[in-house]
Design a protein around this ligand. Structure first.
Ligand SMILES: [Fe+2]
Length: 158
């Protein structure tokens, strides 16, 4: 008999979901650190507005990071927790020395699309394992980022 975790999921069924959640966790951590860098390094006339906006984004990411990590634990997995693991598992590149508004906003817009696609794929993987808890966790994150990225698109005049 295969081993069960605290919530009576078959570990084989949730293995792919745990892997997907860990990928998302790595992306969110890289995104978080990029937002920190943008918050610190942004320069120009829009400094006050964007400095505050980037803080809002990293705070929102921090909440997601903890939720995702604790979902992995709930499913019986181990969340990635070192910088080296985040670097090797993230699809989001670290961004160094960005200080102009336009490339920063383009980068954030692209990162949001990457996160959205990662989350949508995860919803489908979780569905295959009848894991509604993970779907319920991720679904509101998707609509939140979709709304945020509509605003970033408006800023970029797309
Ligand atoms: Fe700050």
């Amino acid at each position: 008999m295969s081993q069960k975790n605290d919530i009576d999921f078959n570990e084989e069924n949730v293995a792919k979901t745990i892997e997907g959640l860990n990928g998302l966790l790595a992306d969110l951590q890289m995104y978080y650190q990029n937002m920190r860098g943008f918050h610190w390094n942004i320069r120009g006339e829009q400094f006050f507005e964007l400095h505050t906006k980037f803080e809002e984004l990293y705070n929102a990411a921090a909440l997601k990071i903890d939720e995702v990590a604790e979902r992995i634990l709930t499913l019986g997995g181990t969340p990635l927790h070192t910088f080296s693991d985040y670097i090797s598992n993230s699809s989001i590149e670290p961004k160094k020395d960005y200080s102009d508004a336009a490339p920063i906003m383009e980068n954030i817009h692209a990162s949001h699309i990457l996160l959205l696609n990662k989350m949508r794929a995860l919803i489908s993987i979780a569905g295959e394992g009848d894991d509604e808890g993970t779907q319920d966790l991720i679904a509101p994150m998707i609509s939140e980022i979709e709304k945020t990225n509509w605003m970033f698109g408006a800023w970029l005049k797309r």
